[in-house]
Ligand binder design. Structure first.
Ligand SMILES: Nc1ncnc2c1ncn2[C@@H]1O[C@H](COP(=O)(O)OP(=O)(O)OP(=O)(O)O)[C@@H](O)[C@H]1O
Ligand SMILES: [Mg+2]
Length: 595
């Protein structure tokens, strides 16, 4: 857990990255333009106010024209009301549209996450993807609502005030401008310091959240190993670092804001002195002097805000950059064709595959699995069994060799079609929030409730589900029931079976299951295997024994193959594995008899 979550790059982001947001903002273009126009109008009203004061003082007030004064006071109030109304209108407009844009962006990022190749997730921690869709998008919220728009409004206001002052009285304006170089230098200093501190704070925050997440997820391990003190210490350190970084920014603000106030006071004092002299000598009207006081007051707030906002803007640009990079990543290659039907013959032809930059995980594997067959894949841990079945599901492309389904290379098949006909029961069961039914159907519209229930019956899950408070509609996970590990396994089986696949790929869990679960799974397998092509990564003796053929994988290569009995008699690697793994571990009661 490092800075990657939030602010990875140290470089200054480029405004041009904003173009990537074009497609998301374009549908709201009219509203955005309208919002900016309203904002410009609000800035104009802000500049007009002090001018009205000047006109009132120098005109009707000086002449003793009560009616004129009343009219101008009313006009002043009207302008203020207008200013408030415009502010409210553009804030609501831009915020609402901004949030619409963010919602669309979040959905687009999430959809993108599904289209990325499986290999992407091998090298990217899921937290990074999570950060793209959550915190990076959240940072943009500032960009749309307060950031960009406010920047526009503030700049308009600053320029407008400078121009208004100059038009009223160039000499007095120059006096007020005298502090500008100091102010500019001060802002630049603050901006630079703040940039560093801001990044540090973000890094420390992400580290703190990272440790928090990790240690809460591992809370059971911490407890089991009595590691509470160690865990507390890790957290306390990150917490203290975070505080230190945060205090730096507090100090910076504590210095900068009063400094800007001081600059404003110097400008005010200058205006008072030069303006006072001018009024005494008749060169400056009293109204102009009052208007200047107002302008000087209004000028410094946006200046102060601008330097403060600049860092937020930089952070937003960096977020846009990361979001763009994510959106533009190459996707899983688009699908090939669908076949009229699948018979289910699986052929691996001299398949070699390695994960990015690593030695081959699968090497020169050739294997044919005929429809109706049950082939068990066994081998030591890390031998490449899971990799091989992932290749069959088209999760990775094989650079060398071919995998064919009914004679057609996977490269030519539509991955969605392929995965509909070749179902994988993965090594680890994954349940989503929702009901048991939702978890079996998993949003596949071609799997009806009836199919799901039939599948549950077939694998022996039905009785357990029927006993639940709401049957198939009982929620699992949060606020729901806790399924036992065997039941979870059966849900996973039912999920695969409900789609009635031609080819079933089962990656057996490595973890030990208790004997009751073992018996349940054993029965379920009978149904699962019937009438299909079955490739099973086997970790249990019972599974190996029922296989028509056993293929032994070692270091990515096929070392031996044959029936359980043949391989035992041969006395090779399988025999060793058998003695180490299968014989001693799981198996049906009484299944450990001699070969
Ligand atoms: N996503 C991945 N990225 C990089 N290397 C990987 C990845 N998955 C597996 N490997 C490596 O590839 C090799 C084969 O792993 P694989 O998961 O296929 O083994 P396995 O035979 O299924 O092992 P087990 O019996 O423990 O499940 C191992 O050396 C492993 O470290
Ligand atoms: Mg595996």
């Amino acid at each position: 857990m490092r800075g990657w979550q939030l602010d990875a790059g140290g470089h200054r982001a480029d405004w041009r990255v904003l173009r990537r947001l074009g497609p998301f903002v374009r549908p709201h273009a009219r509203a955005v333009v309208a919002g900016l126009v309203l904002m410009a109008a609000a800035s104009a009203a802000r500049i007009l106010g002090p001018y009205l004061v000047k006109v009132a003082i120098d005109g009707p007030a000086a002449r003793g024209d009560v009616a004129g004064l009343a009219a101008l006071s009313a006009a002043y109030l009207a302008i203020k009301l207008l200013e408030g109304g415009l502010d409210a209108a553009h804030t609501v407009l831009l915020r609402v549209r901004g949030e619409d844009v963010l919602r669309d962006l979040r959905s687009a990022l999430f959809a993108k996450a599904h289209r990325l190749p499986a290999a992407y997730y091998d090298v990217t921690p899921s937290g990074a993807v999570l950060a793209r869709i959550t915190s990076d998008v959240a940072v943009l919220s500032d960009l749309f609502s307060s950031g960009m728009a406010a920047l526009f409004g503030d700049v308009l206001l600053i320029v407008g005030i400078l121009v208004a002052m100059f038009r009223l009285d160039p000499g007095l304006a120059l006096t007020a401008y005298a502090v500008l170089p100091v102010l500019a230098a001060l802002s630049e200093w603050f901006r630079r310091r703040m940039r560093v501190v801001y990044r540090e704070t973000r890094e420390k925050t992400s580290r703190l959240t990272g440790i928090l997440g990790e240690h809460l997820r591992g809370a059971a391990v911490v407890r089991l190993f009595g590691a509470e003190a160690w865990s507390d210490d890790q957290f306390a350190r990150a917490n203290a670092d975070h505080l230190r970084a945060f205090l730096k920014s507090v100090t910076l603000y504590a210095l900068f804001f009063p400094a800007v106030e001081l600059a404003a006071s110097v400008a005010t004092a200058g205006v008072l002195w030069r303006g006072g002299v001018g009024v005494a000598g008749g060169a400056v009207t009293f109204g102009t002097l009052v208007a200047f006081f107002e302008y000087v007051q209004r000028f410094f707030r946006p200046v102060r805000d601008l330097s403060e906002k600049f860092n937020v803007l930089q952070a937003s640009l960096a977020a846009v950059e990361r979001i763009s990079e994510f959106l533009d990543r190459p996707e899983e290659p688009p699908g090939g064709r669908e076949q009229p039907r699948a018979a289910g013959q699986v052929v691996f032809e001299r398949v070699t595959f390695s994960y990015d930059g690593q030695p081959p995980a699968v090497q020169d594997v050739s294997l044919i699995v005929e429809p109706g067959e049950v082939v068990a894949l066994v081998g030591p841990t890390g031998a490449g069994k899971t990799t091989l079945v992932h290749l069959l599901l088209g999760l990775y492309r094989c650079p060398a060799g071919t995998i064919r389904l009914d004679g057609v290379s996977l490269d030519a098949l539509d991955p969605a079609w392929l995965r509909r006909h070749v179902a994988l029961v993965p090594q680890d069961v994954f349940l989503f929030r929702g009901s048991v039914m939702d978890n079996i159907r998993l949003g596949r519209e071609w799997v009806g409730r009836g199919d799901a229930e039939a599948a549950a019956r077939a694998v022996g899950l039905h009785d357990a589900v029927a006993a639940l408070p709401d049957g198939y509609d009982t929620p699992v996970l949060e606020e729901g029931v806790r399924l036992s590990s065997g039941q979870r396994q059966l849900v996973s089986f039912a999920r695969a079976l409900a789609g009635d696949p031609r080819v079933l790929v089962l990656d057996e869990a490595t973890s030990e299951v208790d004997q009751a679960t073992e018996a349940v799974i054993e029965q379920a397998l009978d149904t699962l295997f019937r009438g299909r092509t079955n490739l099973v990564v086997a970790h249990r003796l019972a599974t190996v024994r029922r296989a028509d053929r056993v293929v032994v994988l070692a270091r990515g290569r096929i070392a031996e193959q044959g029936t359980h009995r043949e391989l035992l008699e041969r006395g090779g690697l399988y025999r060793t594995l058998y003695e180490l793994q299968f014989r001693t571990s799981s198996g049906l009661p009484g299944a450990e008899e001699a070969p």
